[in-house]
Design a protein. Structure first.
Length: 351
């Protein structure tokens, strides 16, 4: 298969900083779209993956799955996009397209789904490489259309932070009058607040950080509970229909189960791994409460969200950086020192 070399940023080990190197992109085949990447968001998953936090990383890694760009080439069989279109790529670049999940627009739960990075690239027989790069080439079925009225940098985080919180909000039927809580005010958390607020819910933030109260309210939260304050946590008992937990590391879920009302659901979207401390089932049984998980969203649902954002003029609050600042950005993300998503201006890689 014909390929072209493009510049990218990534790493070849869990310990090393990210640095510049070249990768191959395939020349468009019949159903492919080539995209010149304008902006790419920086997700906490990029950091987890680069540093092998989940024990599954194969190197080299080129992270990035919040991609916004312009179409530069299309294959002969492409019908949905043309050169010049403003488009996006999220966390998925392929799936089997025939299983029950694929048929139900739940490609993210397809056993053969291909991640935008760290998946298996069947065309080039290598790992897939993500958006910290000049261009990407993918099948048109996995390309999304971006409303032109939205800020290009600000819309990038919608492709992961946005859809990961939107999908459970929709699945658990959040709407006017729903009592929603969000745990953690970072990339996912701030999109969760904006989206739940736009759906008409009453929104509460649980945060460790006393310095984020004003910001949370400006983003659309009605209330903030400081999770390290025992009295405030006591007062939170039994209040919420749904809680979205975006915290990236192991932490105690039991107080959040306690904060659910009868029939309520705690949806874990942040931490991936065994719980410590363990879950206590008593409040679940006594209140028919659920603890669930959720993974990003399907292609149709991501398009639904982009269109919703276009209609309601919703974008992420971003700090735009150059690619050369990515290692410092990771360190700052670990300290929750970002309001509320880093987005890379990919001009800095091309220049
Ligand atoms: P982020 O921007 O770093 O935000 C995480 C927030 O969690 C922080 O701002 C902080 O908020 C809170 N937090 C609590 N304890 C923390 C700790 N020990 N260290 C750091 N933060 C802590 O991360 P993100 O990009 O939103 O991603 C959140 C998690 O979701 C990551 O683990 C990521 O891999 C995962 N993720 C999952 C999916 C999915 O499909 N399920 C998709 C994307 C990302 P406060 O200061 O307010 O407490
Ligand atoms: Zn992500
Ligand atoms: Zn499938």
């Amino acid at each position: 298969m014909k390929t072209i070399r493009v510049k990218a940023y990534g790493t070849d080990s869990a310990e090393a900083d990210l640095k510049q190197f070249d990768i191959n992109r395939r020349v468009v085949t019949a159903k492919d779209v080539e995209i010149d990447i304008l902006f790419c968001g920086v997700c906490h998953s990029d950091l987890h993956f680069a540093r092998n936090d989940w024990g599954m990383t194969q190197y080299p890694v080129v992270p990035g799955h919040e991609i916004v760009g312009r179409v530069t080439k299309v294959g002969d069989g492409v019908s949905k996009y043309k050169v010049g279109d403003l488009v996006a790529v999220g966390c998925l670049v392929d799936s089997c397209r025939t299983c029950d999940n694929c048929k139900a627009d739940l490609e993210q739960y397809c056993p053969e789904w291909v991640g935008t990075y760290g998946g298996y690239d069947k065309h080039l027989d290598t790992n897939t490489h993500g958006g910290y790069s000049e261009t990407i080439v993918i099948d048109e079925e996995f390309v999304l259309r971006v409303p032109e009225n939205l800020d290009h940098a600000g819309i990038a985080p919608v492709l992961c932070a946005g859809i990961t919180t939107w999908s459970p909000l929709r699945h658990w039927n959040v709407g006017k009058g729903s009592k929603v809580a969000v745990v953690g005010l970072g990339g996912l958390g701030h999109m969760a607040i904006k989206l739940a607020h736009a759906l008409g819910a009453h929104v509460t933030l649980f945060s460790r950080s006393t310095n984020k109260i004003e910001d949370a309210k400006a983003l659309g939260a009605d209330d903030v509970i400081i999770s390290t304050d025992a009295t405030q946590m006591e007062n939170a008992m039994g209040r919420f229909d749904i809680i979205l937990d975006t915290v990236p590391y192991a932490h105690d879920l039991n107080p959040y189960v306690g904060a659910l009302s009868t029939n309520g659901t705690l949806v874990v979207v942040g931490y991936l791994g065994p719980l410590d401390p363990m879950l206590v089932t008593v409040p679940m049984i006594m209140g028919r409460k659920s603890v669930a998980g959720s993974l990003i969203g399907g292609i149709a649902e991501t398009q639904e969200l982009l269109d919703f954002c276009g209609k309601h003029n919703i974008t992420s609050d971003v700090e735009v950086i150059n690619i050369q600042e990515i290692n410092q950005a990771y360190e700052r993300m670990l300290k929750s020192d970002v309001k509320y998503r880093f987005v890379i201006d990919m001009k800095s890689l091309k220049g």
